[in-house]
Write a protein that binds this ligand. Structure first.
Ligand SMILES: [Zn+2]
Length: 604
């Protein structure tokens, strides 16, 4: 095993050396030469002016807009949503390089995955195959098959989403996995099986349920969702969270919808996987779902890297509409333009498509989606009797507050007019009230700012100095191993920013392993995606060819002094507090401490 992996690593290095990142990326992005680099529109986020840069010298790319970055393999992994070795193979194929060792690369060959994770992924994939077989080809699956057929799930849909059926048995899957020598305790840990409390015996978690596999961004199967077939509770049962299944980092169908989201520059966000599948039947191939109604900022950012437009299409019940309000705020915060698709009362997307058909779903629901403000006009009306004076005034006030948050005067004017017309109110009065609301909220914000800025200005200036020093040092260390050696001796792991510290530590061991300076190959050496991105960014920085001894010494000093300076700032605040409380003796003690540290900083 180790041997074959080592061979692979050499081959990977060979491939990396023999291709040009510019050739590969040009197939996805229109690149223009600018100085030493090429620039173009970033494929990972929507933009109108190019901030995506590719360096043929360093064989790296980096986007100054969204922070995406890496080498040629990261690029293919990210754009195609492929695991590492499959990306390597894709590139080799494209360059017509015949690499026999790569011929058998499939999902089981991801070299860097640790073996337990691989077992978990494989167990999911194999179980899904079994459930799929039961559903499509056995008598036991007939009832589920009929149920799905009646709901318009064609063979194509069932195959595409690898839908299956878990029979009503306590040990159907458990004994299947045991026979295939999967470790039973791991099967419980990854949530495929449950465990009996009194004798710790594993049994099937999913029984008499239609099974919907759930994938991660790379297309590995990481969990199951199960819908009960007959009566029973809960109606939907998902795998528990585990080290491979983190709900807040997972969007259902994201790995497949990604190219379409990018191409259409729009994602449609649903509440659940059944909605995504129903919409797919209607030709909506850019739909994804969060698992549960709460959306995380991580999920919002995942979408933001592909597009700047999201349509929320949730159930029309109260829970769905409240979730729409909440999630719209999270999406807007992440920089996405949000629209809302409205379904008739009491319907979810699946019901609607069943009853009204795919054309009307596209035309009347998705096609008629409202702007976020348009949605808010409807949302705040819910449950209010607008004929009642009090409730009407509450509504108008809520809308004025929303209008105040808009940054464009034209927009504000538009919506105030709408309110004025609907409720026969004077536009002037509405405008005045809106200005008042705006001033009040601005006042609150400014109070908050003042409290914050007290000592953070000084902190910020320091932060910039040491952050800059750490960035420049790493940029030089990537180019030059003797700089890295000196930094290792003088600074060691004492970088102040965690990510830089991690990159420096990896870089030290990279050189210790005998590798030559080469940012693109170093990125291969890193396992963490975030570190890869940051490394590309630092490697693409414009720096001087050589760094003088004096410069090096200065940067090192800045890094080492930062924690001391921070301490001084803290002590100064403390001293001021003590002085204000007239505790002069204590204040004097602190003043002495400050002097000592400042001396220490000066002496370096
Ligand atoms: Zn970008």
């Amino acid at each position: 095993m180790t041997l074959s992996l080592r061979v692979s690593e050499d081959i990977i290095e060979e491939i990396r050396k023999s291709i040009d990142i510019v050739d590969i990326i040009s197939e996805y992005v229109q690149l223009k030469k600018q100085g030493k680099n090429f620039i173009g529109l970033c494929p990972f986020h929507g933009e109108k002016t190019p901030s995506f840069s590719v360096s043929p010298d360093k064989q790296l790319y980096h986007c100054f807009g969204c922070g995406a970055g890496g080498n040629v393999f990261s690029f293919i992994m990210e754009t195609e949503g492929l695991p590492f070795l499959e990306s390597v193979k894709k590139i080799a194929d494209r360059m017509n390089m015949a690499i026999p060792e790569l011929e058998h690369v499939t999902d089981e060959a991801t070299s860097k995955e640790d073996s337990i994770t691989k077992i978990w992924h494989n167990a999911h994939a194999l179980s899904a195959k079994l459930f799929h077989h039961v559903l499509t080809s056995t008598d036991e699956g007939k009832e589920a098959r009929d149920y799905l057929r009646n709901r318009g799930f064609t063979k194509e849909v069932i195959d595409t989403f690898q839908i299956g059926y878990a029979p009503n048995s306590w040990d159907f899957l458990a004994s299947f996995l045991e026979k295939r020598k999967f470790p039973m305790d791991e099967m419980v840990k990854c949530g495929i099986l449950s465990v009996r409390e009194f004798d710790q015996k594993p049994y099937d978690r999913f029984r008499d349920r239609i099974i919907f596999p759930i994938w991660n961004n790379k297309g590995d199967m990481i969990a199951f969702g199960g819908r009960i077939l007959s009566e029973g509770n809960p109606k939907y049962l998902n795998s528990p969270e585990s080290s491979i299944f983190n709900k807040s980092e997972t969007l259902y169908y994201f790995h497949k919808a990604r190219p379409s989201i990018r191409k259409k520059n729009e994602a449609i966000l649903f509440e659940g996987y059944v909605d995504v599948i129903s919409a797919w039947k209607a030709g909506v191939d850019n739909g994804v779902a969060s698992l549960g109604t709460a959306l995380s900022t991580t999920q919002a950012k995942m979408l933001r890297r592909l597009t700047d437009h999201v349509i929320l299409c949730y159930d029309s019940d109260n829970a769905g509409q409240n979730a729409t309000m909440k999630n719209a705020a999270i999406l807007s915060e992440a920089g996405l333009q949000v629209r809302v698709a409205i379904l008739p009362d009491g319907m979810d997307p699946d019901d609607y498509i069943q009853k009204m058909g795919v054309d009307r779903f596209n035309k009347d629901v998705i096609g008629q989606s409202l702007t976020l403000m348009g949605f808010k006009f409807q949302y705040y009306r819910r449950g209010k009797n607008l004929k009642d004076d009090g409730e009407r005034m509450t509504y108008i006030h809520q809308m004025i507050e929303e209008v105040s948050k808009l940054s464009h005067a034209v927009e504000r004017d538009h919506y105030l007019r709408r309110l004025s017309e609907e409720f026969s109110l004077s536009l002037e009065a509405l405008k005045q009230q809106q200005i008042q609301v705006y001033k009040q909220s601005k006042g609150k914000n400014e109070e908050r700012k003042v409290v914050h800025s007290n000592f953070s200005k000084q902190q910020k200036r320091l932060l910039l100095a040491y952050e800059n020093a750490e960035r420049i040092l790493i940029a030089h260390m990537l180019k030059n191993n003797s700089v890295a050696n000196q930094v290792q001796r003088k600074v060691g792991g004492a970088f102040n920013i965690d990510e830089y510290q991690a990159i420096a530590a990896h870089l030290f061991s990279y050189y210790a392993d005998g590798f030559e300076p080469n940012p693109s190959s170093f990125i291969e050496y890193l396992e963490d995606d975030k570190l890869k991105r940051i490394t590309s960014e630092l490697a693409m920085m414009t720096i001087t060819e050589e760094m003088s001894e004096q410069e090096l010494a200065d940067y090192i000093k800045q890094i080492k002094n930062y924690p001391k300076r921070l301490e001084v700032e803290k002590l100064k605040v403390e001293r001021k507090k003590l002085e204000e409380a007239e505790e002069y003796v204590e204040a004097a003690k602190i003043a002495m401490e400050i002097i000592k540290i400042e001396q220490d900083i000066k002496n370096g």
